[in-house]
Design a binder for this molecule. Structure first.
Ligand SMILES: NC(=O)c1ccc[n+]([C@@H]2O[C@H](COP(=O)([O-])OP(=O)(O)OC[C@H]3O[C@@H](n4cnc5c(N)ncnc54)[C@H](O)[C@@H]3O)[C@@H](O)[C@H]2O)c1
Length: 253
């Protein structure tokens, strides 16, 4: 039985991903700072196929303890999904400096903590993988979610670097880039791009994209999710910077 450790599994994309992987026969480690939410999900999935725990991804000791608990039960870590994340939107100057810091602490340092703490377990599991949940906002910097967007660019860079660095150990590190998804994260979204495009993807769409990546023998380092994201990602690859700037300005006006 393959084993996956998922952060932010208490809600939204993480929760649907856990459900899908369990349905596909995987053993799922459910971790979230909201312990009640992952306990409920573990009860739903059943103790033969799930373990849960309270984990704040900013807490390195918490990571070490959670991974040790998980590995005690599984003796393998086929997949780490760094999914936990937060978003504050609106004018850059209206978002408090503590909120900006929280975005970086959780979305960036949380993923670094996860990759660093999980490395020994990934290294001892043949063909192991890390899937980081990035975002379409890592294609071009997005107004009204500037720091969030920057945090996902950091994940894009980290993913590219580690995917090359850990090749020697046989570990693949890839990311998933969805555009807006219908979850609690976007309920109070104050971004023009969101008002213009709305959330068309469901958490299940993203869960399926993540699962598909695990089935691919040689997945791409980045997987944009949804037609518009694929289009934006492709155009950004060859369009000159001025055109990208203009196009993104148009989308976020
Ligand atoms: N919803 C979107 O439009 C969208 C689009 C692209 C990417 N994403 C990314 O997908 C991921 C999941 O987002 P979602 O939409 O499901 O959000 P969500 O708010 O529905 O769920 C996030 C989960 O993460 C948990 N969490 C938050 N901070 C945590 C921490 N410090 N430690 C542990 N758990 C923590 C929350 O308790 C919650 O259960 C995030 O990384 C997000 O940036 C979301």
């Amino acid at each position: 039985m393959k084993c996956v450790f998922i952060t932010g599994a208490g809600a939204g994309i993480g929760q649907e991903t856990a459900r899908l992987f369990a349905k596909k026969g995987w053993f799922v480690g459910l971790y979230d700072r909201d312990e009640g939410a992952v306990k409920k999900l573990a009860d739903e999935i059943g103790s033969k196929q799930a373990i849960f725990g309270k984990l704040d991804v900013t807490d390195v000791d918490g990571w070490k303890k959670s991974l040790a608990d998980f590995f005690d039960q599984t003796s393998q870590l086929d997949l780490l999904i760094n999914n936990a994340g937060v978003l504050y939107s609106g004018a850059f100057e209206n978002i408090t400096i503590q909120q900006h810091k929280q975005i970086i602490d959780i979305n960036v340092q949380g993923v670094i903590n996860g990759c660093h703490s999980a490395f020994p377990y990934l290294q001892t599991t043949p063909h192991s993988r890390v899937i980081n949940i990035s975002s379409a906002s890592a294609i071009y910097g997005q107004p009204d979610i500037a720091t969030y967007s920057a945090s996902k660019f950091a994940i894009r860079g980290l993913t590219e670097a580690l995917d090359n660095e850990w090749k020697v150990q046989g570990i693949r590190v890839v990311d998933i880039m969805p555009l807006f998804v219908k979850t609690a994260m976007v309920t109070d979204m104050k971004a023009a791009s969101f008002r213009k495009m709305g959330a068309k993807l469901t958490p299940n769409d993203v869960a399926l994209a993540i699962y598909r990546v695990t089935k691919e023998k040689t997945p791409a380092t980045h997987t944009p999710v949804g037609l518009s994201t694929r289009l934006l990602y492709t155009v950004s690859g060859f369009a000159p910077d001025r055109l990208n700037h203009w196009l993104n300005g148009l989308l976020s006006k």
